[in-house]
Design a protein. Structure first.
Lengths: 411, 556
């Protein structure tokens, strides 16, 4: 149910049609975020199409709240284009570029990070730089929180604005498990004692790939090479401990590794159906939200690994051909405001981490965050610990390929 | 058949295909590739799963088609013309109304080790306090996928067979065979089946092509290590590594080749079966195992219906469920929350869905009627080639040509508007409408027209005052089928609508990626209800309009 979209080099048909219909590129002055008042003025009356994953009702409700707010405050009509896979938005922009549609594109704002950002940046599909010039950027501390300027090690260069922080956690049913494993090797020992009770989403699903990266970060003898392109390292030697580990783990997985859940939500359903006991998540608030939504038993709790877990930021990017660039920037800036950030961090609303530096906020704004209480299955910032940075995206691609040929095709 | 309709169909499919040919041979300027080459094909065949994925696509498609056709024919042979058959017929509309994805999700919940059937039997009969670790859905042979496809294709083939049976002296053929001492099933297969099969051949081909390129059902029920070729192609299309688009384009073409090859194999088996069948008929075995066959047919029909309707019932319970854990037979509590939260969105989507499906159906119906009436007035007979053209959108895998079509829409500035979505829906609705309508239309007794003309009515008057009203029932049935087809369209809507035009189905797919069974339940019910209302209207309207015309309002 992912959206397919093979490209079409419509050089001929597309170009001809575009020419006939007068769609050829019209010179347009790029908006300048430094002149913010002008941006806000131009944004009024624009419709912003925000392409974001639509699979989470809480996120959908938050986006709807944002739409109501920006309509009231800035006169912007924000439309949530619900995607089943963020990559399909990348494909749409790519196809628009192929078809010669350099202005008036159908997407104004994309929720994005990691591989998708790297791919869009590499292929010049993004507008910018803009994100470090919008007002609320001043409330962040990029020197301290390096995830804001380096998306999976790829320099952000002002091409996308961070709006939430995520970190890997695991959750388990405390009715079935007293003490969850605290390390990746500990997880293997646990699986030996409880065969068939753990699995992870099938790579290249991002959560499954994240599990592999998390395991590699802990198992590899040196981790520095993981933060540079994979071609520059001895891939075989560095990844060897991961494959040794998976050789042992796979037969102990749910269905002996003959099938895998296809997504994180499918994995969560397996916990709810009592088919597995431990699952991985990229949202520290997921378990609490799912309990509140009757999707997980009340006995579910979260944990992290002793050596720390991977964390990253979610971003908002504007395609090169966006129709409402000013409106998109105003929406992004609003999402980075203390009010929106505090709302997103509220476990009853979303429960995601903030990108802001609380020390830089005015006292009343800081109080919005300090008032928040944690969900029943949510870990505190101290318990979560300092997140480990994401490896270079090329590692993810190589590991996904390798995993697929080892475990993803008939064994 | 009017040249215009046909030309338009061919143009759209060809434009779409061009869009996948170029990147498959290395041409993709937006990614900086302008030198033709065979790299895409090398990548495709270097993928270690290519053999297994291709084999799976072939075996599941052949098995699902054979199973659906066999079961449909057995049901007809064993029960056609009986009261049991009338009961089966009444189940058709609801079965056809359930969207494929919803049926697959429902089936998965029924039969998985933590599913409803095991819950009904646990722990008292099985002793299981926790679900057993058994691979059922996603099994490596694709058996669950085959079963899921068959459960949805049997009703479709049955509907098509019913239309065909109306055109031939089926009952008389069977009666004559029976008076000569043939058993019911054997007699039907020897005398009626050869006539029927000629008429449902194209629908069978459509089932074969669909099974070989289906994505949603394969994702939900099919194997994952590796998945079928169609699923893998979509994975590549959506991979953040944009360079995989080349392998995806090559894979899409391979898929098209696969479908063509499968059709050839099927045609070959038709010929072989025909040769064998002639001998079988000539040998004159009367066949006596009727009781066994009739029982088997009933079990098969029951299983197919239960798989779809039972799964839907499961999803309906989920839509109102509080927490529901294994092995509870029912949820711990019921809550209207999912319905209450999502009803406003559902209502909006229902409105847009009905507008799009209504418009697409109306256009398709007008085109089909114009074609058929022209055929009648000018004594045209549709050539085999024209029929193939009509079927092209059903036979070419959607992913293969729709994305090329999307490019065309983007380039011409028509992407993302409702009218374009309606237009592309017509592509898929028209074949079904034409198919459902053609046989009853042609079967209409031309002596009615002759009589009217001798009374001074011109052809237009005959068409409007006589033929349309007399054929209102089949017309409405065709419209209901077309409407249901439009409601179920996902890829055409999302690609041509570029996410801005949303229907129940696109919303359902986006939301179900979040895996919440309550939400999936809400949308499955809504997605089933909308086409079902169409089918009910098709049944109720003639009865209402012709309440004082006994010959027209009655049942078949």
């Amino acid at each position: 149910m992912r959206q397919p979209t093979p490209p079409f080099s419509a050089a001929l048909a597309g170009g001809l049609l575009a020419g006939l219909l007068g769609q050829a590129a019209v010179a347009q002055t790029a908006p300048d975020p430094a002149d913010w008042d002008q941006v806000v003025a131009s944004a009024e009356g624009q419709t912003v199409y925000w392409n974001a994953w639509g699979g989470n009702p809480q996120v959908n409700a938050f986006i709807q709240w944002t739409a109501d707010e920006v309509q009231d405050r800035f006169g912007i009509a924000l439309e949530h284009v619900k995607l089943s896979d963020a990559a399909s938005a990348v494909t749409t922009v790519l196809n628009e570029k192929s078809a010669g549609r350099d202005t008036g594109g159908s997407i104004d704002l994309i929720w994005i990070n990691g591989e998708n950002f790297a791919a869009m940046k590499r292929n010049d599909l993004l507008f910018g730089p803009w994100s470090e010039a919008i007002p609320n950027w001043q409330l962040t501390d990029p020197a301290e929180n390096t995830a804001l300027t380096s998306d999976f090690t790829v320099p952000v260069d002002g091409l996308e604005a961070p709006w939430s922080m995520a970190q890997v956690v695991f959750y388990y049913d405390s009715a079935d498990i007293d003490t969850p494993p605290a390390t990746i090797p500990g997880l293997l020992d646990w699986a030996r004692a409880h065969p068939g009770r753990f699995t992870y989403p099938q790579p290249p699903d991002f959560l499954g790939s994240t599990f592999l990266k998390q395991a590699l970060l802990e198992l590899a003898t040196e981790t520095d090479p993981l933060y540079a392109p994979v071609d520059e390292a001895d891939y075989a030697a560095i990844s060897a401990p991961l494959w040794d580990y998976l050789e042992e783990l796979t037969p102990l997985l749910w269905r002996q590794g003959q099938a895998y859940p296809q997504t994180g939500p499918a994995q969560r359903q397996l916990v709810a159906d009592d088919e597995i006991d431990i699952a991985i998540s990229f949202n520290p608030g997921e378990a609490s939200a799912a309990i509140a939504n009757y999707e997980l038993p009340e006995t579910v709790r979260s944990f992290v690994l002793e050596g720390g877990t991977i964390g990253n930021a979610s971003f908002l990017a504007i395609p090169f051909n966006a129709n409402a660039k000013e409106g998109a920037m105003v929406v992004a800036n609003f999402l980075m405001s203390p009010e929106a950030q505090a709302r997103a961090q509220d476990p009853d609303i979303l429960g995601v981490g903030t990108v802001l530096d609380l020390d830089k906020l005015e006292a009343p704004d800081r109080a919005r965050f300090e008032e928040l209480t944690l969900g029943v299955a949510t870990l505190s910032t101290e318990e979560l610990g300092t997140p480990l940075p994401e490896p270079h995206p090329s590692w993810m691609e190589r590991i996904e390929e390798d995993w697929e040929s080892r475990y993803g095709v008939a064994r | 058949m009017p040249v215009l309709t046909m030309g338009l169909l061919a143009l759209l499919v060809a434009a779409g295909l061009a869009g996948v040919l170029a990147p498959a041979f290395g041409w993709f300027p937006a990614l900086g590739h302008t030198r033709p080459g065979l790299g895409a094909w090398r990548d495709l065949f270097a993928w270690p799963g290519i053999g297994a994925a291709t084999r799976l696509s072939v075996t599941t498609a052949l098995a699902a088609t054979a199973l659906s056709l066999g079961t449909t024919m057995l049901i007809c042979a064993a029960w056609h013309g009986t009261r049991v058959f009338a009961a089966i017929q009444r189940l058709l509309s609801p079965l056809l109304s359930v969207p494929h994805a919803a049926a697959a999700l429902g089936l998965a919940f029924l039969i998985s080790p933590s599913g409803w059937i095991v819950r009904l039997l646990s722990p008292w009969a099985t002793g299981w306090e926790r679900p057993p670790d058994i691979l059922i859905a996603h099994d490596p042979w694709g058996l669950t996928l085959i079963a899921g496809l068959a459960a949805k294709e049997i009703p479709f083939l049955l509907l098509m067979t019913l239309a065909a049976l109306g055109q031939m002296p089926a009952r008389r053929s069977l009666l004559i065979a029976q008076t000569q001492g043939y058993g019911r099933v054997t007699g039907w297969l020897k005398t009626v089946f050869p006539q029927v099969y000629g008429q449902i051949r194209l629908p069978v081909y459509a089932v074969l092509a669909f099974s070989a390129s289906v994505v949603d059902v394969a994702l939900i029920l099919g194997p994952t290590t590796p998945a079928t070729l169609s699923v893998q192609v979509l994975d590549w299309l959506n991979d953040p590594q944009l360079s995989l688009r080349f392998a995806a384009a090559a894979g899409a073409l391979l898929q098209l080749g696969l479908v063509v090859g499968l059709l050839a194999v099927w045609r070959g088996s038709e010929l072989a079966a025909m040769r064998w069948g002639r001998g079988w008929v000539a040998r004159g075995h009367r066949g006596r195992a009727d009781v066994l066959w009739r029982g088997l047919a009933l079990v098969a029909a029951g299983l197919a219906a239960a798989a779809v309707l039972g799964g839907l019932a499961g999803l309906a319970v989920w839509s109102m469920a509080g927490f529901w854990s294994f092995p509870d037979m029912l949820p711990q509590g019921f809550t209207p929350r999912a319905w209450a939260t999502h009803w406003p969105t559902v209502a909006d989507r229902v409105r847009d869905t009905v507008i799009i499906a209504g418009a697409a159906t109306a256009i398709a119906l007008a085109l089909a009627l114009a074609c058929l009436e022209a055929e009648h007035r000018y004594r045209l007979k549709p050539s085999a080639r024209e029929m193939w053209l009509l079927y092209l959108p059903l036979i070419v895998p959607q992913a293969t040509f729709l994305t090329g079509l999307q490019m065309l829409a983007i380039a011409s500035g028509t992407a993302g508007i409702m009218a374009s979505v309606v237009a592309v829906h017509v592509l898929f609705v028209l074949p079904y409408v034409f198919l459902s309508l053609a046989e009853p239309w042609r079967a209409w007794d031309p002596r009615h027209a002759l009589l009217a003309e001798t009374l001074g009515a011109g052809p237009d008057r005959v068409f409007w005052r006589l033929r349309l009203p007399m054929l209102l029932r089949p017309i409405l049935t065709a419209a209901a089928v077309g409407f249901a087809v439009s409601v179920g369209q996902y890829l055409p809507t999302v690609l041509i609508g570029t996410g801005r035009v949303t229907t129940l189905t696109t919303e359902a797919v986006a939301l179900s990626s979040g895996g919440d069974r309550r939400l999936i339940g809400v949308y499955a019910i809504a997605q089933t209800a909308v086409p079902l209302l169409g089918f009910l209207a098709a049944l109720a309207l003639p009865a209402l309009v012709f309440r004082n015309r006994r010959g027209l309002s009655g049942a078949t």
